[in-house]
Design a protein around this ligand. Structure first.
Ligand code: NDP
Length: 295
């Protein structure tokens, strides 16, 4: 019975943040420019407010300047578009992020289209996604969560080329770009979604599984080929009366079972989650360097 290597996303993210801190101060000292990230929070979802607060804290910790705008739930789409366009024109802002989801009366497409692709550090602009999908094209930015998944594989020296990879989930923000990234790295990729029949037969063929579903413990040990590498993006609350808040967070993968079969696995929490924010900071630094032509 094997015991999987635990892929420590928290530690890797810390290392990346340290690398970014060094680069931010080198940039400041050499050309007097501090990278800036603008975050637009629309409405009063508590989870979104928490994400925005964490992003701001992360910016502070590496020396990136953060700008925050809160737009009321009942505001018009035009109001959000005005904030976006203000940040598009602001030279001290190098990255713009609109926290999703937006209130239902707003058109997410319109708003994401309005973000300058030069400042699209979330990588959600259709031009950036389109370039990600095309051979021979380079997106300016790649979405943070899938980029974090690939970065974990790289930092643990896990080969991707020629491997069979399975992505569970096909959302615009995680599953779809994760599959595109794996394909760019020369994996052979299969995507599983809610209409897939017998998903366990497909996952059993996989050398690498990236799961972004949102179903607690859906992937059982029996779904996994011995020695496979598991990247679990899912963050799912499950009731737990022994926890202070009455719940705890688990992934899409049944960790207890999977860690006995896989060769390496990300925990939840402490796996992909911290990497997402690290990649956001990295994209913001990259953008500032690109705009100011600083190497
Ligand atoms: P979405 O709800 O947008 O997408 C879920 C995907 O999973 C869909 O493609 C859906 O299929 C598929 N799916 C749902 N049920 C099943 C099933 N039973 N079998 C197979 N596929 C299924 O979620 P997100 O991509 O936004 O997020 C996924 C998870 O990742 C969530 O738990 C979320 O909290 C977490 N997350 C974590 C982040 C991090 O930083 N670690 C960042 C973002 C998300 P279909 O397309 O057919 O509907």
């Amino acid at each position: 019975e094997g015991v999987a290597t635990v892929i420590d996303g928290k530690a890797v993210a810390k290392k990346i943040r340290d690398e970014i801190t060094v680069e931010v101060s080198r940039m400041k000292e050499s050309i007097g420019v501090v990278p800036g990230l603008a975050v637009i929070l629309v409405g009063d979802r508590k989870d979104s407010a928490t994400y925005v607060r964490n992003k701001k804290k992360a910016c502070d910790s590496v020396g990136i300047k953060s700008f925050e705008v809160c737009v009321a739930e009942d505001s018009s789409e035009e109001e959000v578009l005005r904030s976006v366009s203000g940040f598009n024109d602001d030279p001290s802002v190098h990255g713009i992020l609109v926290q999703l989801p937006l209130p239902s009366h707003m058109d997410e497409q319109n708003i994401l289209n309005a973000v300058s692709i030069e400042k699209d550090v979330d990588g959600f602009h259709p031009l950036n996604i389109g370039r990600l999908a095309m051979r021979g094209r380079e997106p300016l930015f790649v979405p943070c969560t899938p980029k974090g998944c690939i970065e974990l594989l790289h930092r643990y020296n896990i080969g991707i080329k020629g491997k069979r990879a399975v992505v569970i989930g096909r959302s615009n923000i995680v599953g779809m770009p994760a599959a595109l990234l794996l394909q760019r790295e020369d994996a052979t990729v299969t995507i599983i979604h809610s209409r897939t029949k017998n998903p366990e037969e497909i996952t059993r063929e996989a050398d690498i599984i990236i799961s972004a579903v949102g179903q607690a413990n859906m992937v059982r040990g029996s779904w996994i080929k011995p020695g496979a590498v598991i990247i679990d993006v899912g963050i799912n609350p499950v009731e737990d009366s022994s926890a202070a808040r009455g719940y705890r967070l688990v992934g899409d993968i049944c960790y207890e079972e999977a860690s006995k079969v896989a060769s390496a696995i990300t925990p939840v929490p402490g796996g992909v989650g911290p990497m997402t924010i690290a990649m956001l900071l990295s994209n913001t630094l990259k953008s500032a360097k690109r705009i100011h032509n600083f190497q």
